[in-house]
Design a protein around this ligand. Sequence first.
Ligand code: ZN
Length: 123
Amino acid sequence: MVGIMSNRRSLRFAKTTCPVCGSREVARDDHKGDLLCTNCGHIIVRTETRAVGKFDIAQHLKRNGRMDFESLRHATGASEDKLFGVVRSMEEMGLLSEMQGQYSLTKKGQRWYRQRLGQEWGY
Ligand SMILES: [Zn+2]
């Protein structure tokens, strides 16, 4: 198979204004995922897709008991799409249960959390 390795960056213009020079010619660098101002060269690191881990979510639920999606989002600082994905996979693993929009840890989820906590502390 012949692979063509290309270092050519594909730039697409984004709907963002550069915070440094105010230029509207801000492009998305598909190679790295950051936004680049083509006027002054300032790199705007993407923040809108913040990831979150299962452990973080479990920790907040353990602390607060029940939480709805919005409070989980505020507590973890995750973006909606990322949080939604992790919450769904935790539901599929049986770690989370949802009732009337409120998420809580299942028995299995609490066990999982304790095990992970043990690993964090090196037991
Ligand atoms: Zn700029």
